[in-house]
Design a protein around this ligand. Sequence first.
Ligand code: ASP
Length: 420
Amino acid sequence: MSNPNVLTRNQHTTTYRILIALVAGLFLGVLLFQITIAWPDTVLAAHVKAVWIDGIFKWGGEVFIRLLKVLVVPLVFFSLICGVCASGSGHHVTRLGLRTLVYYLLTTAIAITIALLLAVCIDPGQGADLGSAQDIFPSNIIQAMAQGSMLQVIVFSILVGLGILHSAGAGQRILAVCEDANTLMLRLVTLVMQIAPYGVFCLVTTVFASKGVEFVVPLFAYVLTVVLALLVHAGLTYGSLLLFLARVNPLRFIQRLFPALIFAFSTASSAATIPITLRLVEKAIGVRNAVAAFTIPLGATLNMDGTAIMQGVATVFIASAAGVDLVFSDYVIIILTATLASVGTAAVPSAGLVTLSIVLLQVGLPAEAIGLILGVDRLLDMLRTALNVLGDATVTAVVARQENLWDQAVFDGPTPKSEA
Ligand code: ASP
């Protein structure tokens, strides 16, 4: 702790290491892909595919994701109990919840509006079931935890927290255990993060080795429109929220959150990224646990602006490709249904593609048309998941500032080595 310059250098080192892993994975992946298509049916291609792509890299990436996923439920459980107890009352939790939900829904509606405006201007076409929004009240918490039903785990953790607040001595003893368990879980996240560069390298290599990059070409206008909408939403919507409501420098904010964004990109799962996001918003950005423990898992489950953007652009693209003219009321329907569909989307790879069918059906387009964009979806999934996570962290920062549960000194100070 004695020399802050050392810490800053370490922070850069770790962030660069993850970034280098990402770029190296991309190049190696494309190279391996080229080998498999340049010399098909050769021993070399078979070896590359069996031993490296489907073997070592796939296995390495899978282990890394599992190491993080296994932390999600216990981390959310203990962290949220501590958060509820720290906030002191059910009244506070209700206010926090309502405020967070309003921001999450508003930002998603803005996201899809931006996507529609861009899609209509560019016209990229030239050239599941909402019922799965499961019951949020668990009847069996072990089952809910085993299935990773995040909303049910959230509701139960809040109840336990409130119970502790009303249980005097017994409550205090349990709380002390939960606080220790929370410290332990966060420590485990730090340990797993130390191998993040290797995990990211394996994941990215596997994705690009299986697909290469040429697959983007036939749908270039569609991909470009989605990417542009993601960037505009990040820059304008999140930029303004961070600048004017959270009152922080957006670039520094992104730099602090960077490992979580890269991890979201590599895994295409906001759920698997929860441990890293939670750790970083608390320890590197300065949001108190009383806010972050609640908003981050909730956001990972419900708030998916990137998914809504893809669904908006995809609907316009498919309509245009099918020669269907969308009228004003269709756009209103798209905004409403894509907002809901993104809420109902599970935080796992490709889930947004499944719920896209709801939006398509609402405006009279065939769900099978999803096949048109299937080939490019993995790449877009990676990008939109990074935006989903950025959106969760942005709203978290805004709510923390408004609830006065924000530690400016953490944001301004050097990032501790383990959080970098
Ligand atoms: N993969 C996204 C996520 O986990 C969901 C989606 O498919 O859009 O955030």
